[in-house]
Design a protein around this ligand. Structure first.
Ligand code: AKG
Ligand code: FE2
Length: 206
């Protein structure tokens, strides 16, 4: 046993041209457990409507958009005005900023109630995120598979297990070059919460 806590270990996800790093034990288990419990009960969960094949449908998960008042975000062509920060999320945001070396002004929280909930292929490439966004993705609860696929070629799929308490950092040209998804998993019966911290630029429309 070591007298000092080990620094969290990071590894690089092998995706040519992208910049994706993963820290599986970013949060300790006790803290991740308590965050999962707290956020499940306290976040203003709602079913977001998204555009799929030209139609508006309910997204297959629950979501909440939290951030600075001016961090208005358009996702799947729907405009989201943020809910205000709760202290526990504001402090997690500051730690994610510290870990990633950039600041964040918002977080998209997603609650996958069980393995039937999912997220389809997309890139986080909305104009207000800027051309090379750094996104910090914190996972709590059931391990789910997160996949990347080259936007141009389709190519092979690269899968990463997003475990309880992990932090996945996506930066540089990741969104420009790759799409990602979170497929359904019939064998998963428990919930998972994912928090993607982002920096939304204020876009002045006339
Ligand atoms: O749940 C996840 O890990 C993926 C979330 C995601 O891709 C997003 O919020 O844009
Ligand atoms: Fe995403």
């Amino acid at each position: 046993m070591s007298l000092f806590p080990e620094p969290a270990r990071w590894y690089r996800v092998d995706l040519p041209g992208a910049d994706v790093t993963m820290c599986p034990e970013w949060l300790g288990v006790a803290e991740a457990d308590s965050l999962l419990r707290h956020l499940s009960g306290e976040l203003p969960w709602e079913v977001h409507r998204i555009r799929m094949f030209g139609r508006m449908v309910d997204s297959p998960r629950l979501s909440a958009w939290i951030g600075d008042a001016d961090a208005v975000y358009t996702y799947s062509r729907t405009r989201f005005v943020p809910h205000p920060w709760m202290p526990v999320l504001a402090s997690l945001r500051d730690r994610a900023s510290e870990a990633c070396g950039v600041s964040f002004n918002s977080v998209l929280a997603n609650l996958y109630r069980d393995g039937g909930d999912s997220m389809g292929w997309h890139a986080d490439d909305e104009p207000e995120l800027g051309p090379r966004p750094t996104i910090a993705s914190v996972s709590l609860g059931e391990t789910r598979t997160f996949r990347f696929r080259d936007r141009e070629t389709g190519g092979r799929t690269v899968a990463v297990d997003l475990t309880h308490g992990s932090l996945l950092r996506m930066a540089g040209d990741t969104q420009a070059l790759y799409r990602h998804d979170l497929p359904k998993r019939v064998r998963v019966h428990g919930p998972r919460i994912n928090l993607t911290f982002r920096y939304v630029e204020k876009i002045h429309r006339t």
